[in-house]
Design a protein around this ligand. Sequence first.
Ligand code: GLN
Length: 202
Amino acid sequence: MSATPTIGVLALQGDVAEHQRVLDGLGARSVPVLRAEQLDRVDGLVVPGGESTTMSKLAVRYDLMEPLRKHVRSGLPAYGTCAGMIMLADRILDGTAGQETIGGIDMTVRRNAFGRQTESFEAAVRIDGVAGDPFDAVFIRAPWVESVGPGVAVLGQVPRGERAGRIVAVRQGSLLATSFHPELTGDARIHRLFVDMVKGHA
Ligand code: GLN
């Protein structure tokens, strides 16, 4: 790979442009991914936030689900935010009937876990591997990670309040996932971690 990694953003649905802006700002070359053959030409993949049920249906309809699974299984680095975290989970709770995921991370993720009262909120979350201040994390109808397998590193948890200790950031090998949306807050540190993972993987 050249010094400029090409990072795809799954563009079926969700906040694709926001991720592209952050990735390009970090010196990566971002490209929207809508077709299976595009997966052969990227060094990493971001699965954005949005609505995982819709994303799942569209991935099946556009014949992308199997190719996505194949690439992730064979080591393509991927980063999922919010709905994207759900998409990278091996197991989900409170999904819709027949909702499929790409999988890859040995974890169980609960959709819309933070509930109605807190549809959207912010919290300062310390992220392992991200130096400096805690991350100003924005949660929008966010999932949390209910449990993880032995190969999964927990990188971040809700620090205090009713939901203290809930897992909201994880990593397994070259797969990264957060319940929150760093593409919306102008803090590129988690994207930088992912770009470094992509570079390190080459
Ligand atoms: N609740 C959404 C879902 O289930 C995720 C919300 C988001 O990505 N902001 O997919």
